[in-house]
Design a protein around this ligand. Structure first.
Ligand code: UDP
Length: 434
C-alpha cells in the first residue's frame, strides 16, 4: 500500500500525487488554444517531482475518443484522460458543467489502485481546483491549489473591447479559496490579490515563483540564431511570443514598430516584428485583426506571423531577437519574459503582475508603465541605437533568469506538500470540511 513516506522529523513527503489540469493537457503544444504557461508549469514540475521520487498522475479531460486512457509522459509521470462531456474542444466557460463526470472519472481511476493511492491533490486553474477539492475530500487528503489567473484580477485590468470573465468563475474561485488547504501564488502580488480580491487566509498562502528550463533556454550567438530562423544577420527582430489575445497586447508592439519606423525610416529594411504563437482559446479574430492593424499602419511588410514553435526552436527566436516585448495588460507571471532573458535577450515589458518579478527593471530588461506604444517605441529605439546599453542588459539577463530555475520551484512546492501532510495540519483540513 502506498502513502506518504514519513521522515524522522515527523514530516512526510508524498509518494504519489494527483495533479489536475482539467481544461488543457500537458501533451498540448503551448502557445496556442488553451495551452500556455500553465501547461509548461505542469510538465516541468511533474518531471522534476518524479525525479525526486514523487510519482505524478496528471488528470485531464479526454478531448478525443482515440486517446489512450493513460499516457506515460516521463518515467513516474502519467497523463490520465478522463471522459467528461462531449469530445472536442469546449470553451472554458462551458467546462464547469462537466465537473461531476470529471470527478467521477478521477475517483474511478483511483479506485483501481491500492487504498490511499494519492497522498495529495494539486489543482491548476479554478476548474481543476473545483474538481480537485471534491476528489481530495473523498480521499481524505490535502488539496493544494494554484490559480494561475483569477477572474476578478482579469476583470479589473481588461483590455478595451475584451469580454469580462463570467460570474460563475468568480463564485467558483471564491468557494475554492475557502476550501483549499494551501494556495500557491506565483508572486507576492498574486498572494496579495488572493487576499484582497478573494479573502484568502494568510495561513493558506505560499508564494513560489515558477521557473525556466535553464538547459533549453541558454544564451547563444545572435547571428547564428538569425541564420537558423532564416533572417538576414543585420535584422533587428522585435519578438512577441505567446497566444495572440488582447490581454497580451501584441497590437502594442505593432503600433510601437510603426512609431519606430516613423522616427527612423532607415530601419525599414532591417526591422522584423516576429509574432510567434497561435490563436487563443477564446479569441479567433485576433490574428486577422492584427494583420489588418499592421496594414492600416503601413507596417505589414515588417510583421511576420509565425505558428507556435517547439521549445528548442523557440530558444533560437529568443536568441535572434534584439528584444522580446511583453506588453500584457495582466500577467500572472510571464514565463516568456524569463525564457527570453535566459537566452540572453533583454525584455521590454509592461509593469504589471508577475512581470515585475520576472524582469529586473534596468538590469535585465525594462518595465514600462501603461501601454502607450510611443513609450515602447522610445525604449526599443534606444536598444537598437545604443548597442552598449543593449549589451549590458543582455549580459545581465541570464543572471536574473538563473535565479528562477524550476528546481527551486519544485523544492519549495515539496516543502508546502510536507507541511500540508504534517499531522499538526489536521485542524486546517477539518476547517475545509473533510
Ligand atoms: N510557448 C511555446 N511555443 C510558442 C509560444 C509559446 O512553447 O510558440 C510557451 C512559452 O515558451 C511559455 C508559454 O508558452 O512557456 C507561455 O507562458 P506565459 O507565462 O508567457 O503565458 P501564458 O500563456 O501562461 O499566459
Amino acid at each position: 500500500m502506498s502513502g506518504p513516506v514519513p521522515l524522522g522529523d515527523q514530516t512526510a513527503v508524498p509518494s504519489r500525487i494527483a495533479t489536475v489540469s482539467l481544461h488543457t493537457s500537458p501533451l498540448d503544444q503551448p502557445g496556442t488554444g488553451d495551452a500556455g504557461g500553465l501547461n509548461v508549469y505542469v510538465v516541468e514540475v511533474a518531471r522534476r517531482m518524479a525525479e525526486r521520487g514523487v510519482a505524478v498522475d496528471v488528470f485531464t479531460r479526454a478531448t478525443t475518443p482515440s486517446l489512450p486512457s493513460v499516457v506515460e509522459l516521463f518515467p513516474g509521470v502519467n497523463v490520465r484522460h478522463v471522459p467528461a462531456g462531449p469530445y472536442g474542444h469546449l470553451d472554458k466557460n462551458t467546462l464547469a458543467r462537466y465537473l461531476c463526470p470529471f470527478v467521477f472519472g478521477m475517483l474511478r481511476a483511483e479506485a483501481q489502485g491500492d487504498p490511499g493511492h494519492y497522498d495529495l491533490v494539486h489543482g491548476h486553474y479554478w476548474l481543476s481546483g473545483r474538481a480537485g477539492v471534491m476528489a481530495a475530500r473523498r480521499w481524505g487528503v490535502p488539496m493544494v491549489q494554484t490559480m494561475h489567473t483569477m477572474a476578478r484580477v482579469k476583470n479589473a485590468a481588461l483590455a478595451e473591447g475584451d469580454t469580462p470573465e463570467p460570474e460563475e468563475r468568480v463564485r467558483g474561485e471564491d468557494q475554492l479559496v475557502r476550501q483549499a488547504d494551501r494556495l500557491i501564488a506565483n508572486t507576492d502580488d498574486e498572494a496579495r490579490q488572493l487576499v484582497d480580491f478573494y479573502g484568502a487566509r494568510r495561513d493558506q498562502l505560499h508564494t513560489i515563483p515558477p521557473g525556466v528550463d535553464l538547459d533549453t533556454f541558454t544564451p547563444g550567438s545572435r547571428t547564428e540564431a538569425l541564420d537558423r530562423i532564416g533572417l538576414p544577420r543585420d535584422t533587428h527582430l522585435l519578438l512577441f511570443v505567446g497566444r495572440v489575445q488582447r490581454l497580451k497586447a501584441p497590437d502594442v508592439l505593432i503600433r510601437a514598430a510603426a512609431e519606430l519606423l516613423e522616427r527612423d525610416p532607415s530601419l525599414r529594411d532591417r526591422l522584423v516584428v516576429g509574432v510567434v504563437g497561435g490563436l487563443s482559446g477564446g479569441g479567433t479574430r485576433e490574428p486577422r485583426m492584427l494583420a489588418d492593424l499592421a496594414r492600416s499602419l503601413g507596417v505589414a511588410d515588417v510583421v511576420r506571423m509565425e505558428p507556435p514553435q517547439d521549445r528548442a526552436r523557440l530558444a533560437d527566436y529568443y536568441r535572434a531577437a534584439t528584444a522580446t516585448v511583453v506588453p500584457s495588460y495582466s500577467e500572472s507571471f510571464g514565463l516568456v519574459a524569463v525564457e527570453s532573458q535566459a537566452c540572453g535577450t533583454p525584455v521590454v515589458a509592461s509593469r504589471v503582475g508577475g512581470l515585475t518579478m520576472a524582469v529586473s527593471d534596468g538590469f535585465s530588461g525594462v518595465l514600462i508603465d501603461g501601454h502607450d506604444p510611443r513609450h515602447y517605441a522610445a525604449e526599443l529605439h534606444r536598444l537598437i541605437h545604443e548597442p552598449a546599453r543593449r549589451a549590458k542588459l543582455a549580459e545581465a539577463a541570464p543572471l536574473h533568469a538563473a535565479t528562477l530555475g524550476w528546481s527551486r520551484t519544485v523544492d519549495e512546492l515539496l516543502n508546502v506538500y510536507r507541511s500540508a501532510l504534517a499531522p499538526n495540519d489536521l485542524p486546517l483540513a477539518e476547517a475545509a470540511g473533510r
